[in-house]
Ligand binder design. Sequence first.
Ligand code: HEC
Ligand code: HEC
Length: 337
Amino acid sequence: MKKYLFFLLGLIAFAGCKKDDVGTKKFSFEKPVHFPEPTYTFDKNPVTKEGFELGKKLFADPILSVDNSVACNNCHVKSVAFTDPQHSLSLGVEERSGIRNAPSIANMAFMKEFFWDGGGIHLDFVPPNAIENPLEMDEKLAHVVYKLNHHSSYPALFKKAFSGIETITAPYMLYALSQYQVMLVSASSKYDKYKTGDEMLGADELEGLEVFEQKCAACHSGELFTNQDYRNNGLDTEFDDPGRARITESDADLGKFKVPSLRNVALTAPYMHDGRFKTLEEVLEHYSAGVKQSATLAPELQQNGTLGIPLSATEKQRLIDFLKTLTDYDFIQDQRF
Ligand code: HEC
Ligand code: HEC
C-alpha cells in the first residue's frame, strides 16, 4: 500500500514537472540562432503573454467573419503547419471558393512581403485582407470591432493586453493577431538540429541536401528556404492568375509568384499557389519533366537549352528524404499555439 502511495506521489510530481515545462516556455519572441533578423516591427508591438493569448483567441474565433462561421484557423490549421490540407483553393463563408491555396504562416516574423503575389507589405495589414475578402470572411473591419466591443469577454481581455485602452479599435485587434502570428516560429526540425549540431542527418538525407543545394537553393535559399522573391517556375504557358503582375501591373511579372518557404513542406500539401499538386513526387515530376516555356519563365529553369531541372529517380528520392527533415514536430505540437 505504502509503495503504491509513493508511486502515486511520484506520478503526481512527474505530471507537475511536465506541466511546468510547458509553463516555462517563453511568451516573448526569440530569434533562433541560425535564422536571419526578423522583419517584424517589435518596437511598435512587443509580444506579451496577454497579447499573444488574445491573438490566439481571435485567430480561432469565427466572430471575425460575417456570419460567424469561418475563423482564421479554418484555413490555417496548426497540425499541418497552419495550412489547409483539404482545399486546393481555400474555402470561405458560405462555402465560397477562393482563388488561391492557403500558405503556411510559420515564420511570418521573418518575411518581407506577404501573399503569393507580395500584395501585403506588413504583417499587421494581412488580417484585414482575409476579413474583408468576400471569398474568405466577407466581414467589415469596423463591424468586427463593433462585435468585439459588445462581446462578454473581449473588452476585458483587450484592456489586459494593452494597458489602459478604453475601447477596442482595429489597430489593437491587428496588433494582437500579429503577436500570436510572430510567435509561430518553426525552427526545431531535424534539419535545424543538424544545423545547430545537435543531431546528424542520415546518409540519404545528406545526399538529398546536396542535390537540393545544387538544384533548388537558387530560389529556395537560406534558413527560410526562400529568397523572398517572385519567380515563374513554369507551371503554365498562359496565366489565369497574373501573380506578381497583379501588384506591379507589369507584363514582366506575369505568372510570377512568391517563392514559398519549404519548411514543413511534407505537411503542407496541396502545393503551389493553386494547390494543383497533391504530393511532393508530383512537384518533382513537374520540375524534372513538366516545366512549361513562357516569356517570364525563370532562367534557372531553362539552362543549356533544356526546360526544367534534370533529376534522376534516385535524386528525386533523396530530395524527398531531405525535404522530410524540414518537418518540425515540436512546432505543430507546441502547447502554446
Ligand atoms: C478562407 C480561408 C482563409 C481564411 C479564413 C484566412 N486565410 Fe490567411 N490566407 C488564405 C489564403 C488563400 C492566402 C493566400 C492569399 C493570396 O496569396 O492571395 C492566405 C494568406 C495569409 C497570410 C500570408 C502568408 C504568406 O506566406 O504570405 C497570412 C499571414 C494569413 N493568411 C493570416 C491569416 C489570418 C490572421 C486570418 C484571420 C484573420 C486568415 N489568414 C484567414 C486563406 C485564408
Ligand atoms: C526558379 C526558382 C525556383 C527553383 C529553382 C525551384 N523552385 Fe520550387 N518554387 C518556386 C516558386 C516560384 C514556387 C511557387 C510557384 C507557384 O505557386 O506558382 C515554388 C514552389 C515549390 C513547392 C511548393 C511549395 C508549396 O508550399 O506550395 C515545392 C515543394 C518546391 N517548389 C520545391 C522545389 C524543389 C525541390 C526544387 C529543386 C528541385 C525547386 N523547388 C526549385 C521557385 C523555384
